[in-house]
Design a protein around this ligand. Sequence first.
Ligand code: GSH
Length: 205
Amino acid sequence: MKLWYSTTSSFARKAVATLKYHQLEEQVELLRITNSFDSNSPHNQDNPLGRIPALQMENGEWLFGSLLISQYLDSIGSQPTLFPINAKRWQVLQLHSLVEGILENTTPTIVAERRFRPQNEWWTSRHQQLMERNIRTFKQLEQKLATFGDEINIGTLSAVCLIDWWQFRIDGTGFNLVQHFPNLVEWAAKMNEKYIFLQTTKPTI
Ligand SMILES: N[C@@H](CCC(=O)N[C@@H](CS)C(=O)NCC(=O)O)C(=O)O
């Protein structure tokens, strides 16, 4: 199997962290890229959507989308599932959706424009609207996380990826999480301390 990823993407970290959680490192060749926005980046040959992560399964087919990839890796892993099938399932997936929504509100728009366009070309009213939505969602995320404690599942794993990424990309988001949501930052630090597969996948250049 092969996995296109980068060490800076929160979506990709979700897939890599799932892989490490299930100790599948020896079965998956990690193919690192450094700029997912670049049309010439080699992952474009395998993913028509031009995004990472992308995983080639054992049968040669490619999977796109971090949730689907994590689900697949979880299905072939030997550790307790990250996708509970008990009563908590929908709470876990709801948590994941909140995290994913914040990232989708932020990466293709706010981060991309702040990184690649001159400031006078930023669609600032749209950025503001999306950030207001993000702030409402961060508040809800904080409430929801309180019920999970330091439990690991695909929702909490994704939340750690988001919170660390947000701090790592502070220039790209323009919003200081430490200042506005210190409890989230503190919670993610504890999760990184507790889980080695989170600690070893923290974002880096
Ligand atoms: N919904 C997708 C989103 C993946 C995504 O947007 N990845 C970013 C990297 S953080 C990307 O590849 N962006 C390339 C681009 O937008 O050109 C997932 O869950 O994997």
